[in-house]
Design a protein. Sequence first.
Length: 64
Amino acid sequence: MATSSIFHNIKISDPIQAEAFVTALEASKKDPVDRIHRKRKTVTTDPATIRRLHEMNRKAEENE
């Protein structure tokens, strides 16, 4: 829903709403969301590593 709403025309006739809209746009420009530097997860296909991880999980569940 949110992604489709950005393609609609915005009609603001009230000066107070227009000022609030411009203020919100300016605020979003000053504090952009940083999505580039997220920590990335790696996927392993090594059977020995997968066995070791499963064993670690099994031991952790036994200790709970």
